[in-house]
Design a protein around this ligand. Structure first.
Ligand code: GAP
Length: 479
């Protein structure tokens, strides 16, 4: 069984081989930290997005969804604090000219310490880093990097520049004539599209506090050290929800959303011990409390989702910069106020990576007289790209006709895959490799008694069922 970096590299290779994720514009040697989703990856990603959307809007009493534009008025980013504050402390290696985010550089070193059995040293190092970053003590951070003799992975030297701040937003020009064009940004988070629409949605939806606005969509960050496959990308997708509340109630709602979001993660069938909360010591410029939900990836525990108590920071600043009133009238209190906000923000691509990491298994199926193995993706059926494979045993004697009838009956309800080629064993293995939870095989008996063999991906158990039951069995598992 592969593990750690080996397992991680195996997942990356598997994603490419089976149409999940490809490097962007690969024929031109790719584009750093940008990836494309293939035929199976895009289905998986869509299923995760749909599941999040359903649980965060449809199944909630008081949360609605919107779809705001990626381009926003440039003043948005002044008001949100991103122009002035959305920067990370970076350090350059003078020999390789390679630039690193200091926290990533130190975390990478801590991972190495942990791998070498020095867990305590790693924990102390990270705690020291957190406390120096919280105080914006960049000299202290540089001293820590030098003291630990952390080296650049390209040059191998520890010849470092001073620590400086770099903004992570991408900018472009709006308008065709360059002197008239104005500089705008590709949004670094979807949240601001929600804040600027707060009153539009509240008024047109006649929403009463507490209520939420959800959104999914692309975000862009010029990440300096963008490694680790789809974990850290320059173009990625977020699923965010801003929950508007009365000022003073933020502590209760923060705890409430921590609980709800952890339950959502557990509903993916991932065991509790694979998750942990990480409370932020250094708070983002907008937050009065914040934590991450971390999942244990093959490369260690890492952030998948952030939960932030954003106070009235965003709405207050948008009110100031736009000079438009963004207050809410609370009829119960007979009072106008700017609502406080609890945000839940999860990366869709990171969730894809989490689901893949959890699902990927290499199984040894050898028996006394035969060596055998399989790679299987044990996705929760509701997230699997394809739900049902329809496999006629042979491509003659009327078997494909019955198989195509089953396909016609099922394809309007869930995604199916039809295949006639190769031995049934090879076809099962291919379905295991893309995580298809059910396969039905149509054989000669099927023509006589209208039954098929259904094979369950995880147990590999097979049973004979009537054709008329196929849809019901699959639908029960994917809801
Ligand atoms: N609106 C709040 C916000 O954007 P964040 O912690 O910066 O908070 C939220 O981002 C989530 O977005 C993260 O937990 C992560 O899952 C995802 N994310 C952030 N940067 C990312 C990147 N460069 N690549 C992939 N996912 C990223």
């Amino acid at each position: 069984m592969a593990n750690d970096q080996v397992k991680f590299q195996a997942i990356i290779a598997h994603c490419k081989e089976y149409g999940f994720i490809f490097p962007s514009s690969e024929i031109y040697d790719g584009l750093s930290a940008v990836y494309d989703y293939g035929q199976n990856g895009s289905e998986l990603k869509k299923n995760i997005r749909d599941y999040w959307w359903k649980t965060m809007t449809q199944l909630q009493d008081n949360i609605v969804g919107i779809d705001a534009a990626i381009f926003m008025h440039p003043t948005t980013w002044k008001a949100s604090g991103h122009v002035d504050n959305f920067s990370d402390p970076m350090i350059d290696n003078k020999d390789s000219q390679k630039r690193y985010r200091v926290d990533h550089l130190i975390e990478g070193f801590a991972d190495e310490l942990e791998a070498a059995g020095k867990k305590e040293e790693a924990t102390t190092l990270l705690a020291t880093m957190d406390s120096l970053l919280a105080q914006n003590d960049f000299e202290g951070i540089k001293n820590l990097i030098e003291e630990k003799k952390i080296r650049c992975m390209i040059s191998g030297t520890a010849n470092w520049s001073d620590v400086r701040q770099f903004n992570l937003m991408f900018s472009t020009q709006l308008g065709s004539v360059s002197d008239e064009a104005s500089e705008i940004y590709l949004r670094p988070e979807t949240a601001q599209g929600i804040f600027v629409n707060f009153l539009n949605v509240q008024k047109t939806g006649r929403l009463k506090i507490p209520f939420g606005i959800a959104q999914t969509g692309k975000a862009f960050r010029n990440e300096i050290v963008a490694r680790q496959f789809i974990f850290r990308m320059r173009e990625f997708e977020q699923m965010e929800m801003q929950f508007f509340i009365r000022p003073g109630t933020q502590k209760e709602w923060y705890q409430y959303w921590k609980d709800v979001r952890m339950k959502w993660h557990l509903s993916l069938g991932i065991p509790a011990e694979k998750y942990r909360f990480h409370d932020h010591v250094k708070l983002a410029h907008y937050a009065d409390a914040a934590c991450d939900i971390e999942y244990e990836f093959p490369i260690g525990f890492k952030e998948v989702e952030g939960i932030h108590s954003r106070t009235d920071f965003d709405l207050k600043n948008h009110q100031e910069y736009s000079r438009k009133k963004l207050t809410y009238f609370d009829t119960e209190l007979n009072q106008h106020y700017i609502p406080y906000v609890i945000e839940t923000s999860i990366g869709l691509d990171r969730t894809v990576l989490m689901i893949l990491s959890e699902a990927y298994q290499e199984e040894d199926l050898s028996t006394a007289d035969k060596k055998d193995s399989r790679v299987v993706l044990k996705f929760p059926p509701k997230l699997a790209p394809i739900k049902l494979a329809i496999l006629p045993l042979v491509k003659k004697d009327g078997l494909p006709d019955l198989a195509k009838k089953i396909l016609a009956d099922c394809r309007g309800h869930f995604r199916c895959f039809y295949e006639e080629k190769d031995t049934i064993g090879k076809r099962y293995r291919r379905m295991d490799a893309i995580g298809t939870p059910f396969s039905v095989t149509i054989d000669y008996q099927s023509l006589e008694d209208q039954t098929v063999t259904i094979r369950h991906r995880d147990s590999m158990q097979q049973e004979r069922i009537p054709v008329s039951k196929i849809r019901e069995i699959v639908e029960k598992e994917i809801l």
